[in-house]
Design a protein around this ligand. Structure first.
Ligand code: AVI
Length: 322
């Protein structure tokens, strides 16, 4: 909902989250706010940076194992492929083409909150695929999952790119249970997960030399300035990436280089930052077999099939109802 303070019109939910995140003793901001138009562009640059291996590894899995993947998902019933978050369509097109070669023309239903992303995806996927039944769903996928009744056509849900890793384990289990509740035996869930590996490889992925990840992280503050009338001085905050080997959690924070006050006009509030105080902005969980086992058993799934890239960096797995 939009609110107005003086000349400033702003999103009330964003404002509420910023107030909550910056008011407590341990400051944090939700990572979902990375993705405005500028954040989307920066994320595209991250994905093509040499250090950010995730996108290339998952693409390699779809390129080399697309046919096996399609076979693992094939069925003698009509089927809906429901992609949570619309992605750029490249990996999905490989899967849809592999299914088409096996005479399996499924209804493809990408779900995204952004109309713009869904339109782009449609423009990419439809040309050259007259057989494709493309039915975009413009929605927040958490809300959509709550509305799904089990039953109807067979469903294959898809959640790629290690997006699950941006949830805490508690949030991930809540999300997985929602998917499980929308499934009946015979349905499947295709999920992409980034694996634990050499910590230096992971650290570099979240601290690329060109500085895209730094700018992506700082864009949260820039967005507060733009949309909520904040006066964050971006050069007084530093991007701090960190990876904890024991838990497999890559964390991003912003560190205040100096003691300072920051005003946010829409909230009519000043926030105090001690020198070196941090704002936690994102986690990216890295997985191993034990962690995947914990997630699947807590949410009612079993792993039916799993694929990895040639370096064993990333996995795409087919999970079915336990
Ligand atoms: C979208 N998500 C899986 C990315 C990740 O790797 O956690 C977001 C990202 N943050 C910094 N770089 C990329």
């Amino acid at each position: 909902m939009l609110m107005k303070t003086g000349k400033l019109e702003f999103d009330q939910t964003f404002a509420k989250h910023v107030l909550k995140g910056l008011s407590g003793p341990r400051k944090s901001l939700p990572s979902r706010y990375f993705y405005d138009a500028r954040g989307d562009r920066l994320f595209q640059s991250i994905m093509t940076s040499p250090e950010y291996y995730l996108t290339g590894c998952e693409l390699e899995i779809f390129e080399t194992h697309g046919d096996e993947l399609a076979r693992a998902l094939m069925t003698d019933r009509s089927c809906e492929l429901i992609e949570l978050g619309s992605g750029d369509g490249l990996k999905t097109s490989l899967l849809l083409d592999a299914l088409h070669e096996h005479h399996q023309d499924w209804v493809y239903r990408p779900v995204d909150i952004s109309d713009h992303s869904l339109n782009l995806l449609e423009q990419r996927l439809i040309p050259g695929r007259p057989w494709l039944d493309f039915q975009a769903i413009h929605s927040n996928y958490m809300d959509l999952l709550r509305e799904f009744e089990p039953g109807g056509a067979r469903r294959v849900f898809m959640f790629l790119g290690s997006n699950l890793g941006n949830y805490t384990s508690r949030q991930a289990i809540t999300f997985l249970r929602l998917i499980r509740a929308a499934m009946t035996p015979g349905d499947a869930f295709l999920v992409g997960l980034d694996l634990k590996k050499d910590p230096d490889v992971i650290r570099a992925a979240y601290n690329d030399a060109a500085g895209y990840t730094r700018d992506f992280n700082l864009n949260l503050l820039a967005r507060i300035n733009r949309e909520l009338g904040g006066d964050f001085r971006l050069d007084s905050f530093e991007h701090v990436p960190d990876y904890d080997l024991a838990t497999g959690v890559a964390r991003s924070s912003l560190r205040s280089r100096i003691e300072q006050n920051v005003r946010v006009a829409a909230l009519d509030r000043d926030f105090h930052f001690r020198k070196d105080e941090t704002i936690h902005t994102e986690i990216s969980q890295k997985y191993d077999e034990a962690l995947i086992g914990e997630l699947t058993s807590a949410s009612g799934f079993v792993v039916a099939k799993s694929f990895v890239d040639s370096r064993n960096y990333f996995t795409d797995q087919v999970w079915v109802c336990a």
